[in-house]
Design a protein around this ligand. Sequence first.
Ligand SMILES: C[S@@+](CC[C@H](N)C(=O)[O-])C[C@H]1O[C@@H](n2cnc3c(N)ncnc32)[C@H](O)[C@@H]1O
Length: 294
Amino acid sequence: MQIQDTNEKHTQVLENGRMYYANEKIAYILPHDIDECVRLEKQHYGLKYYFQGNFNAPVKKQLEEGITVLDAGCGPGYWTLDMAKDYPNSKFRGVDVSDFFPKKYKPDNCEFVIGNITETLPYEDDTFDYIHQRMLLLGLTSSSWDKCLKELLRVLKPGGYIEIIDTDYKNSAFLKKKKKKKKNTVSEMLESRDIPADIPLQLEERILRTGYVNLVETRSFLPLNHGGEAGKLMWQDYYHGYLNVRPLMIKDNPEWNDPQTYDLFIQKCAIEANSNKTSLNWHIFCAQKTLSSI
Ligand SMILES: C[S@@+](CC[C@H](N)C(=O)[O-])C[C@H]1O[C@@H](n2cnc3c(N)ncnc32)[C@H](O)[C@@H]1O
């Protein structure tokens, strides 16, 4: 198979003070800038704390001995770099449409490339023993999820593991009773862009249909703005995410051009999450490529 060089820079546009990609092949709704990188760093350490570690797939021994790992949609590479430090015998590769990952100063066992996980990745068939993909919910349309699962299956070695971690935004949504406006919540905005807000509920079927086997799903309910320090941390991340998505929310809700009105909306969400004991539904899927798929 011919491997294309996907190491291309994307045209960017400024929306309400935030940088976005102007590329119809990138559906991602969060900006590509330093403030978003800061949020992702806090989110990484928050999730590591919640889940008491960086992964669920049964690959610890292999990681210690030395395997090749892909972080698909790695962002600035916080998971990739953390894992590269913990498992120096393994090789880590990160791929993302955004080039905020480290280019020069990084561990020797870490490499990053720009690439779109819904297209052909710059790796040969059967390259990786383990593929990790976390929080692509806000970036993949319904059809691109299937393309991505297929492409990751191609680059996974027979017997290798894939681990996908994502949240179900639709069923953790806020202010349902006050939903007077057409596109009020993030989940409605996602669906108007053909991005499935409840993708974790669809992943079992999609993963098996793509041809992965031995699928195991784990569900965790992470408290939002209740349940002590952990809930506060999760809310801070959610709050920051809501602020970062404002430039796109404004398009359907012009009154949110006023930052104070928007902030008031988020504060209502905070109160609602606390009083309703809202939790974010996290789903972790681990599956394998069959030994006889090729
Ligand atoms: C919420 S961030 C998560 C980053 C990282 N996985 C983590 O957990 O820290 C989602 C990332 O997916 C990337 N992304 C979105 N669509 C993509 C695509 N089609 N191909 C590759 N990366 C993509 C974004 O640029 C962003 O860095």
